[in-house]
Design a protein around this ligand. Structure first.
Ligand SMILES: [Zn+2]
Length: 190
């Protein structure tokens, strides 16, 4: 799957919007990304899963793990394509943790999968939780890298698409300066 094809799918499903948006951080941006919309149909999610799995077919991955909730659908599809087990980490009192009775054996080779990497924060927390339980992280992967390659998660990392999404403080926003009205994504029908 080429990056162009993936981005076309994201636009078709409104997972990638172009306009003038107020992000949940309060920053303004000409783009809005909502990966869940691109993964609504299992047929599509499976294609992305196979594309990520392709990079790891010679890596002897034993387990795929994802930070909940964003990573669950794509992580499951990658695990399915690699024919390995799938587990996840989730927050408990704010801290990323391995719950639900998932066990990890010493030095188990784990691939961490996310839908989108922005700063790499949740991936790093997921990795730390898995390492604490004895896991050996062989890599980290996402469909989209919003950091333009900058996010460092401490292990080798790949993304199917690298995307630089600019964001601005309201006072510095060139779209506001042009007089365009900023909207919260989802606040109107598209
Ligand atoms: Zn603006």
């Amino acid at each position: 799957m080429t990056a162009e094809k993936i981005l076309a799918h994201f636009r078709q499903t409104n997972a990638l919007l172009e306009g003038h948006f107020i992000l949940s951080s309060g920053l303004h941006s000409p783009n809005y990304l909502q990966c869940a919309l691109a993964l609504q149909y299992p047929f599509d999610a499976a294609k992305f899963g196979r594309a990520i799995a392709e990079h790891y077919k010679n890596e002897l991955v034993e387990t795929v793990a994802s930070p909940a909730i964003g990573g669950l659908v794509i992580g499951y599809e990658v695990a399915k394509a690699l024919n390995v087990r799938f587990i996840w980490t989730e927050r408990e009192n704010g801290a990323m943790t391995v719950r639900r009775g998932f066990s990890i054996k010493e030095n188990e080779k784990i691939l961490v999968v996310e839908d989108v990497i922005t700063t790499g924060g949740s991936t790093r927390e997921c990795i730390a939780a898995l390492e604490k339980r004895g896991g050996k992280i062989v890599g980290a992967a996402s469909i989209i890298d919003r950091s333009g390659g900058a996010a460092d998660v401490g292990v080798p990392r790949i993304a199917l698409v690298s995307l630089e999404v600019p964001s601005y403080e309201k006072k510095d926003c060139p779209l506001c300066e042009r007089g365009d009205e900023a909207v919260k994504p989802g606040s109107r029908k598209i």
